[in-house]
Write a protein that binds this ligand. Sequence first.
Ligand code: NAP
Length: 303
Amino acid sequence: MKIKGKTKLIGIFGDPVAQTLSPAMQNAAFESLGMDFVYVPFHVRPAELKAAVEAIRALGMPGVNITIPHKEKVIELLDGLDEDARAVGAVNTVVNREGKLTGYNTDGEGFLRSLAEDTGFNPQGKKIIILGAGGAARGILASVLNKKNKKNKKNKKPARVIVANRTFERAEGLVKEFNEKFKDLQVEAVELDEEALGPLLKEADLLVNATSIGMEGGQGGQGGHGPLSFIIEKLPGSAVVSDIVYKPIVTELIREAEQKGLTTHRGLGMLVGQGALSFELWTGQKAPVHVMRQAAFEALELQ
Ligand code: NAP
């Protein structure tokens, strides 16, 4: 990669930010298309967020990614929000158009796009169970409910959507909020346990783990999936199983689903999907998804 006089700078603002896979993924994309862009991680502490956002304008950056803990706080510093970011209440991508900063959230749409690419799954008319009620679950839920097909404006709504969470009140709160926003499909909240979920799993078309259970070193125990151990055996053979946890690359949930012969979608897919959409927002060019996936995979293996 050669930095020249016209090289455009894109970055990611986070605290911490050192573990991010996005620079590997985005720089591989720029390089493969011969584009004169460079993507750099910036460790931005909360007290410096305002100055960092002003720098996007001052330095003429085409945009940035925003990650933890700034995804909500950044909103008040921007000039506008797109529909998904508004529904989720969080921004992961900022685009600078002649000094006007617009916030987007590509997590949910990236999830759906990679799910479609990897498994052919189309949510329309399907029964979907989402485990979790945190930031990632919000993004996925917003996209699942929001979407009219952007090209032909046809409604792509599922038949039924259920949110299950350990802290039931959090699932209830999320469902209430989204049912007020998206009135034509009422999402249901249930407890994340075998008694409540068992009968629902038998009819599921898609099961998404959007909790951090199964994450390496995270809650749920060193890559294990204790609270989810009843899930896979209850799903029908036709179900698609998606786990948004990408470290380890193959989670216990995915391993069990594959053993049962179910179609699976791994967390790396969503990571690449959201990055590909950000790339397209900044550059207006189609993202080289396979290059990005390979780069993210290699960077993850090195961690
Ligand atoms: P978050 O906002 O902190 O939410 C965490 C969720 O996990 C909550 O629903 C929480 O339930 C649940 N949870 C955590 N430990 C649990 C346990 N032991 N038993 C039952 N439920 C448990 O986190 P997030 O930002 O949504 O991220 C969730 C996961 O998705 C993380 O592993 C993250 O790395 C991954 N992620 C992946 C991508 C991708 O691109 N693939 C994107 C975003 C996030 P409570 O409400 O009861 O606490």
